[in-house]
Design a binder for this molecule. Structure first.
Ligand SMILES: C[S@@+](CC[C@H](N)C(=O)[O-])C[C@H]1O[C@@H](n2cnc3c(N)ncnc32)[C@H](O)[C@@H]1O
Length: 393
């Protein structure tokens, strides 16, 4: 049986000094084979020893270790980042330092967060050899768990596995910064850049666009990386907006989660689901108990039976709540929801075609009617950043 190694040995000296001969290296690495490894960390000790003896480094796919070795592209990334000599640049995943040394030439200081201790050692050595060690601070940690220090800019070729939570951590994390120049998987970059109506437009784009603008910089072929990954990449620049809409972010995230739960369904179909109606009725009752009477049954007569041809099964806490509500109560509440959608002209619209302004308008119509999406009384998500991260894709 054929197997694919989960790591690739790369000769250190070549990674660092022979950037222009990357294609030879890629070929070398692709000819390499070794015993199957179920877990990257399992053979770590053996590999460390081998690395010491043979001066080569195993690059782990699971850690997204694809090094960008094309000097022209590295220079373009630095140039397009508009780094000022007074800037502190945050780099996530510096690896062996191909980008880091160029950042250090342009910035006052670089803070680099790298999960792999072996990379940190190589980076320290390389930076010291260039006499740049006083202007770098390396944090050997998982970037998703590390507390980010103050920085002006982010410039990074990030591990693609953390793209979504990392972008959420940056744009919602509360650290003010000028821009983030990121090398991302091409498909992920397209989703960030998508506009309403584009096939890639989804909740990620909506949530990022609320607080930031995203600019396309360039595509980068997979052949520019060592070892060559399966996917192409793109560079984008994310710039936090100077003014962010005055909206409760917990509400916004929960609202966009509902809207995009079936992104190609009409909002009418999504909001008429029995499960959704029960959930929103429960939230309306717990969130604004003193408005309860005006929310429920406001000038509505009992309409259709509460049937649900496209409805999902009841689950978890809402099951008990549903049994405590009368059919009439739920029917009236559902009619209230549909009334709001109709009034705003949203019933037949699909979320993937709506602008953020339209979505914000719909949310405000719901909130004005006492319909909320986030459980403010018993929030499931204590941390906004982890919440945003978990739900931004
Ligand atoms: C795509 S490589 C980029 C390396 C280097 N910047 C370059 O362009 O050649 C990603 C780097 O991120 C590191 N990494 C992976 N997961 C990480 C995490 N959760 N936090 C910090 N660094 C991580 C990997 O060890 C690897 O060095």
């Amino acid at each position: 049986m054929l197997f694919k190694p989960k790591s690739t040995p790369i000769y250190l000296a070549r990674i660092i000094f022979l950037q222009n001969s990357q294609r030879n290296l890629s070929t070398k690495s692709s000819h390499y084979s070794r015993k199957n490894i179920d877990d990257d960390d399992k053979d770590q000790k053996t590999r460390d020893t081998k690395e010491d003896q043979q001066d080569h480094l195993y690059l782990y796919k699971s850690k997204g270790q694809h090094l960008l070795t094309n000097t022209r592209i590295l220079d373009a990334i630095v140039r397009r980042s508009n780094i000022r000599p007074t800037d502190t640049v945050l780099e996530i995943g510096p690896g062996t330092g191909n980008l880091t040394v160029k950042l250090l030439e342009a910035a006052k200081k670089v803070v680099a967060i790298e999960i792999d201790k072996r990379m940190v050692d190589i980076l320290h050595k390389r930076v010291s050899e260039k006499g740049l060690q006083d202007r770098i601070h390396v944090i050997c940690k998982d970037a998703m768990k590390a507390e980010f220090p103050q920085f002006d800019l982010v410039v990074a070729n990030i591990p693609y596995g953390i793209s979504s939570p990392l972008v959420a951590k940056l744009v919602y994390g509360g650290n003010p910064f000028r821009s983030a120049t990121l090398l991302l998987q091409k498909e992920f970059a397209r989703r960030l850049l998508a506009k309403p109506g584009d096939s890639e437009f989804n909740r990620l784009a909506v949530n990022v666009k609320l607080v930031a603008d995203v600019e396309f910089v360039m595509d980068v072929s997979k052949r520019e990386f060592l070892p060559c990954p399966k996917v192409d990449s793109s560079v984008v620049i994310i710039r936090p907006k100077a003014e962010v809409p005055d909206v409760n972010l917990d509400e916004w995230w929960a609202f966009t989660r509902t809207c995009f739960s079936k992104k190609n369904k009409t909002l009418g179909a999504t909001f008429k689901q029995k499960k959704k109606v029960i959930e929103l009725l429960r939230l309306a009752k717990t969130t604004s108990t003193n408005r309860e009477n005006t929310i429920i049954g406001k000038n509505h007569e009992c309409g259709d039976d509460y049937d649900g041809s496209h409805e999902e099964e009841d689950t978890d806490g809402d099951v008990g709540f549903a049994s405590s509500c009368s059919v009439v109560e739920m029917t009236l509440f559902k009619e209230n929801i549909v009334g709001i959608l109709k009034t705003g002209g949203f019933e037949d619209k699909r979320p993937s075609k709506l602008s953020n302004e339209e979505l914000l308008h719909l949310l405000s119509l719901f909130n004005q009617a006492g319909i909320y999406f986030h459980d403010h009384v018993n929030p499931k998500d204590s941390d906004n950043v982890s919440f945003a991260a978990a739900y931004s894709s």
